[in-house]
Design a protein. Structure first.
Length: 268
C-alpha cells in the first residue's frame, strides 16, 4: 500500500491500456494520481474506479499534441495536490496505414508522431521538472518501445520517435540528477491491451510467440509494475535507463527459432 505513499503522480494516456494499469497500480500504492487523457470520459471513469477502491485520483483533459495543454495538465496537478513527484509520459502510438517504409511514409504522420511520441515527452519533462525540484526530487518514466532497438520493414516514424525517447531519457537524467530528478524509460514489447487484442490478428500473435523467449504475451500490468518500481524509492539509484519488458524478444540469436525447428525436422 505504501510504495509511493503521498506522492503526486500524473499518468498521460491513463484512460486505457498501459497507462490505465500504471495509474491504478500507482494509486493502489498510495500515490495521488492525475489521469490525463484526451478521452476525458474514460479518464473520469478510471479516476472514479480508483476512488471507489479507496485511492485518490482526478481526471484531466490532455491532448499531448498541444504543448499548452501539457503545461496546463502539470499546473492542474500542482494546484489540486500541492506538488508533483512522478510523471509517466505514456501517450504515444502510430498509424500503421500511414507509417510505412521511408520511401512511402506519409510525411504528415512522421510529423504527427514526432510531436505526439517525442516532443510531448520533452515538454512534459520541461514543465514538470521545476515543480519536482521544488518538491525535493522526482521520478519521470517515459514510454519507449522495443521498436526503438532494431530496424523494421515499416513503422519508420514509430521506431525513430521511440529511439529519440530512449536518448532523451538519458539527457534528462544527466541534466537533473544532481537535483534528485530520476528519469527512466520502459520499452514494452507486444502488450495485450484491449486495443491490441481487438486489432492484432492471430497470425501476428503467432509471430511474437515464435520469437519471444517466454511462452506467453505481455499484459498492461507487466508494464504497470515496472513503472511503479521506477517511480518508487526502491529504484532510487536507477536513472537514465530503459527497461525492456518484452518477453525476451531480443535476447537471443535471431536464428534460434529457425534452428530449433530445423533440429525438430531432423529428429522426426
Ligand atoms: N500496447 C503495446 O503493445 C505497446 C508496445 C510498445 C509500446 N507501447 C507504447 O505504450 C504507450 C501506451 O500504449 P497502449 O497500447 O496502452 O495504448 P492505448 O491505445 O491502449 O491507450 C492510449 C491512451 O492514450 C490516449 N491518447 C492517445 N493519444 C493521445 C493524445 N494525443 N493526447 C492525450 N491522450 C491520448 C488514448 O485516449 C488512450 O486512452 C504508447 O506510448 C505506445 O506507443 C505500447
Amino acid at each position: 500500500m505504501n510504495r509511493v505513499r503521498d506522492k503526486v503522480a500524473i499518468v498521460t494516456g491513463g484512460a486505457s491500456g498501459i497507462g490505465l494499469a500504471s495509474a491504478k497500480l500507482l494509486a493502489s500504492e498510495g500515490a495521488k494520481v492525475i489521469v490525463a487523457d484526451f478521452n476525458l470520459e474514460a479518464a473520469q471513469k478510471v479516476a472514479r474506479e480508483i476512488r471507489q477502491a479507496g485511492g485518490v485520483a482526478e481526471a484531466a483533459f490532455l491532448n499531448a499534441a498541444d504543448g499548452d495543454l501539457i503545461k496546463e495538465m502539470i499546473d492542474t496537478a500542482v494546484e489540486k495536490f500541492g506538488s508533483l513527484h512522478i510523471l509517466v509520459n505514456n501517450v504515444g502510438g502510430n498509424n500503421p496505414q500511414k507509417d510505412l517504409d521511408v520511401v512511402n511514409i506519409d510525411i504528415e504522420e512522421w510529423d504527427r508522431q514526432m510531436n505526439v511520441n517525442t516532443k510531448s515527452v520533452m515538454l512534459g519533462c520541461k514543465y514538470a521538472i521545476p515543480h519536482m525540484i521544488a518538491a525535493g526530487g522526482g521520478s519521470i518514466i517515459n514510454t519507449a518501445s522495443m521498436a526503438a532497438f532494431a530496424g523494421d520493414a515499416v513503422r519508420t516514424a514509430y521506431g525513430a520517435t521511440k529511439a529519440a525517447v530512449v536518448n532523451l531519457t538519458r539527457y534528462v537524467a544527466t541534466q537533473y540528477g544532481h537535483q534528485r530528478i530520476r528519469c527512466n524509460a520502459v520499452a514494452p514489447g507486444l502488450i495485450l491491451t484491449p486495443a491490441a487484442k481487438a486489432h492484432i490478428s492471430p497470425e501476428v500473435m503467432d509471430i511474437f510467440s515464435k520469437y519471444n523467449a517466454l511462452p506467453y504475451h505481455g499484459e498492461p500490468e507487466d508494464i504497470g509494475y515496472t513503472v511503479l518500481f521506477l517511480a518508487s524509492d526502491e529504484a532510487k539509484f536507477i536513472t537514465g535507463q530503459t527497461i525492456q519488458v518484452e518477453g525476451g524478444h531480443y535476447i537471443g540469436n535471431p536464428t534460434v527459432p529457425d534452428f530449433l525447428s530445423l533440429a525438430n525436422t531432423h529428429a522426426n
